[in-house]
Design a protein around this ligand. Structure first.
Ligand code: BG6
Length: 478
């Protein structure tokens, strides 16, 4: 079988993906509250973003302005429509709807903003695909309740989800509950724990235990939201969102293979719970042997079972590699090694298109659910020429290589794929570093790391390339 000349299935959802805090800006407008994304300063690949206690005068917080999508979205949506987008993945900033997170009534101005944004998309033939919690939450919930350490967060999250599901029931079909919920496997990184769970570590505490506890409350909240959403609109498709980095053994030594398997089990147990509705036995055993004493009730387990997801949304940027460490417990901060068979991006992310086909087959074999690739892309430094051109052939190559593997997975292997939304379809603030210079977009935004620049938008070469891919429904990818 050949993929040459063959198109993607009819109705395939081509589009692009972003997250509220990384592009909206307007961090205090329309009654918005302070979010965890608003207290993270600018970092670099070498220097982590600082997490401050509230907004500190004199420090620079890139998400406050981001790319000012809050005011400029009609122009940006028009460009997405010109590219031929069928869908646009964004998130709803929790703090626009519930500024503190524990109010009983939502903030009408915030709800109206997303009504207007989604209407603008629909007017342009683009369906919104929405993540409820994408790496941010009201900072008040962190200060007052300790973030997702606290069971009360489940109810606050469900209040937020209910308001969104009811308000946008006729505008949104595809939802995701938590962005990259499994990135907190990296529980030693302060940034990951703040963005995923609103956890600020306390000295001496067992970080791994708190990761499992917070993730449990999130998984229960997600499963309850799936049930709630289906009651509000039975046509809703509600998915999880998993950061997929397949983990390979460095060699064929059985100990390396076994360790890589445990690493995969650890990184993807979140998907087991989302899709199968239960915790895997190896992890229950670990909870016991480590004496984690987690707060997991019988009622929670019923909710998990009843709220399995409709599809698996996932991001794919890179693969990981490990070698046996002599102990069968995976620690992502320490256990990754370099794979000699793949290249890496300027930010050290292993570039591995074949790993995407592998991952799609892995998900399909394990869960038998439709997949949706809701992030993929290359963060790179782009240069704008004197005549305002951006020749990003490296991005076109990266995306073409990945699309080839996606096509093989769909057309040869029979993977059921809903759509493909490359990350940061318009340049935005990087989540890990807060930089603008780590660019993913088809659209260049004239803005520097320190926020200076005209904010004007320019089409890159990849804009025209992706427009053609969509117009031909991927038929020329080979
Ligand atoms: C994913 C996140 O981790 O990767 C996005 O869902 C993020 O929010 C993207 O922006 C790319 O990472 P970064 O750090 O390059 O922005």
């Amino acid at each position: 079988m050949t993929i040459k000349g063959r198109a993607f299935p009819e109705g395939f959802l081509w589009g692009g993906a972003v997250a509220a805090h990384q592009l909206e800006g307007g961090y205090k407008e329309g009654g918005k509250g302070l979010s965890t994304a608003d207290i993270m300063t600018l970092g670099t690949n070498e220097r982590p973003r600082e997490i401050t206690d509230g907004v500190v005068a004199g420090k620079y917080y890139p998400n406050h302005q981001a790319i000012d999508f809050y005011h400029r979205y009609p122009e940006d949506i028009e460009l997405f429509a010109e590219m031929g987008f069928k869908c646009f993945r964004t998130s709803i900033a929790w703090t626009r709807i519930f500024p503190n997170g524990d109010e009983s009534e939502p903030n009408e101005a915030g709800l109206q903003f997303y009504d207007d944004l989604f209407d603008e998309c629909l007017k342009n033939g683009i369906q919104p695909v929405v993540t409820l919690a994408h790496f941010e939450m009201p900072y008040h919930l962190v200060k007052q309740y300790g973030g997702w350490r606290n069971r009360k967060l489940i109810q606050f999250y469900l209040n937020f989800a209910k308001v969104c599901f009811e308000r946008y029931r006729d505008k949104v079909t595809y939802w995701m509950t938590f962005n990259e919920i499994n990135n907190q496997t990296n529980f030693e990184s302060d940034g990951a724990m703040l963005t995923d769970s609103g956890i600020i570590h306390q000295p001496g505490e067992n970080r791994e235990r708190w990761m499992y506890q917070a993730a449990h409350y999130e998984l229960v909240a997600s499963a309850a939201a799936v049930q709630l959403g289906h009651q509000i609109n039975p046509d809703f498709q509600i998915g999880c969102m998993i950061a997929m980095c397949p983990i390979y053994p460095l060699t064929a030594a059985p100990a390396d293979v076994l360790f890589a398997q445990r690493a995969m089990q650890t990184r993807f147990y979140f998907a087991d719970v989302h899709c199968n509705g239960t915790y895997p036995q190896w992890l229950r055993n670990r909870f016991e042997s480590e004496h984690f004493n987690l707060d997991i009730t019988a009622e929670d387990l019923k909710i998990l079972q009843a709220g399995t997801v409709d599809y698996i949304g996932f991001s794919y940027y890179m693969s990981f590699t490990v070698k046996d460490t002599g102990k069968l417990a995976y620690n992502e901060e320490h256990d990754l090694v370099k794979n000699p068979y793949v290249k890496a991006s300027d930010w050290g992310w292993q570039v591995d298109p074949v790993g995407l086909r592998y991952a799609m087959n892995w998900f399909t074999d394990r869960y038998h659910l439709p997949l949706f690739i809701v992030e993929n892309g290359l963060g790179a430094i782009d240069k704008k020429t004197a005549d305002n051109q951006i020749h990003d052939d490296y991005r076109i190559d990266y995306l073409t290589d990945h699309l080839r593997q996606i096509k093989l997975a769909v057309l040869e292997d029979g993977v059921d794929l809903i759509g493909y939304t490359p990350w940061g379809c318009i340049d935005l603030v990087a989540a890990s570093t807060g930089q603008m210079s780590k660019r993913y977009g088809f659209i260049y935004v004239d803005e520097n790391d320190d926020g200076s620049g005209s904010l004007k938008r320019y089409k890159k070469d990849s804009f025209t390339w992706f427009q053609h891919v969509i117009a031909t429904n991927g038929a020329e990818i080979e």
